[in-house]
Design a protein around this ligand. Structure first.
Ligand SMILES: [Zn+2]
Length: 81
């Protein structure tokens, strides 16, 4: 499973060089390609016929990270002052 820009993808095909992903939504023609490590997009996602799927994405995790970072910087400021 791959999440990219608010959309979820499942593996459709793999070969020696890349992985072809198709949108998790069967009715949608959204496709993208990544390298085998899945850390580089080789082919930008094509257009989707539906809204983004945000519910399963690590948005919450990201927010928590930002929050804790802010808390840390506050601590540092206090210590310095
Ligand atoms: Zn789609």
């Amino acid at each position: 499973m791959l999440s990219c820009r608010g959309y979820l993808y499942t593996v459709e095909k793999t070969n020696d060089e890349k992985i072809l992903f198709r949108c998790k939504n069967c009715d949608c023609k959204g496709r993208c390609k990544t390298n085998l490590a899945m850390d580089t997009i080789l082919s930008e996602p094509t257009e989707h016929s539906h809204a983004q799927t945000i519910d399963q994405l690590p948005v919450i995790e990201l927010r928590n990270k930002i929050k804790s970072k802010a808390a840390n910087s506050e601590e540092v400021t206090n210590a310095a002052g």
